[in-house]
Design a protein around this ligand. Sequence first.
Ligand code: PMP
Ligand code: GLN
Length: 398
Amino acid sequence: MGILSDLGIVEVKAGNTVLSGYGTTIFEVMSRLAGEHGAINLGQGFPEGLEPPALIAAAHRALDGMGQQYPSMMGTPGLRRAVADHDRRFYGIELDPDREIMVTSGGTEALADCLFGLIEPGDEVVMIEPLYDSYLPIVRRAGGVPRRVRLEPPEWHLPKAGLEAAFNERTKLLILNNPMNPTGKVFNRDELSLIASLLARYDACCVCDEVYEHLIYDGLAHLPLMTLPGMRERCLRIGSAGKTFSLTGWKVGYVSACPELLQPVAKAHQYITFTTPPNLQQAVAEGLASGDDYYRSLAGGLGRRRDLLASGLAEIGFKVLPCHGSYFLITDFSAFARPGEDDAAFCRRITVEAGVAAVPVSAFYPEGDVTGFVRFCFAKKDEAIAGALDRLAGYFRS
Ligand code: PMP
Ligand code: GLN
């Protein structure tokens, strides 16, 4: 109570010192603000209008047709087989569904399982900024020592010397998000080869957050680090049905790795969620076996929405950065910034005054010092994108 609570700061004596140092996640904060102000929500990354009806029907059927009790902690055999088939079909990766695949409650849980399962206190973890929001708190909570490498806008090139300098004999893991949130960057073969050579040189492993594996545009193909020479035994590959099937609320994810890496990760999973709803696993298994048309039209439809939002924002006066993957466009809003206004203040202003929510990119930098960019999510209905562009155009014209 008192001045701290007046400022919205809560002193939590019972809380763990690492986690209680973090505020509420920016995605929740912006979605709440959007809701309070009736804003069109281009902030939090969730899709609208893309949910496949066949998967929802499959989940209904499975709810009636299969048991309601705990499935195996590693996931239903059907979903594990489907992940193995998917990875062979798209990437030529051969996985043993009984020993090398584990189903999780979303990519977020898979990430936490990997980090809690693999990090010993004092192990160093190389992380590439901008960072997805759960990485740093979990690495720190697990006792890891973060070694951060920064990508700079607008090209987000991977700095070779900076990356090399982040590795040493204490390096245990690298976390690689490819395609990358929030930048929309897709790492190319040269960059992945550099990463692979450093992992091999320092005997380190990689947590490959590939939840956006099918959201990739401009004719590019997703290249899992796991497929590079020597990387099969060093990579843990994370996927998410939330992203691949536009069903983020289902929270179904999967992680695949050689048994030596997956076993310790399963030790974390068994004490965190243990398992995931069986009917959703069954439906996702059916989804993964969808024909090529499904995957093509997912990327095609999102690429079209990206172009719609990018050209509209550019017309209004935002500088739109290139994006080749994920749900997100990053824009430089300097044409509209008030003196001293940072990205968080700008996002709040356009949510409240223009009725369009976005996410400040500074939320992806632990120091919060990159303040000239905001992120818009384009995985929305055409009407929402058009409505948001109208509102922004009207607001900045007046
Ligand atoms: N990694 C990244 C980079 C993400 O953007 C997200 C959020 N959507 C996740 C992991 C978490 O995925 P899920 O919703 O399956 O937990
Ligand atoms: N990954 C999503 C984003 O970047 C949000 C996920 C979440 O809200 N936890 O917007």
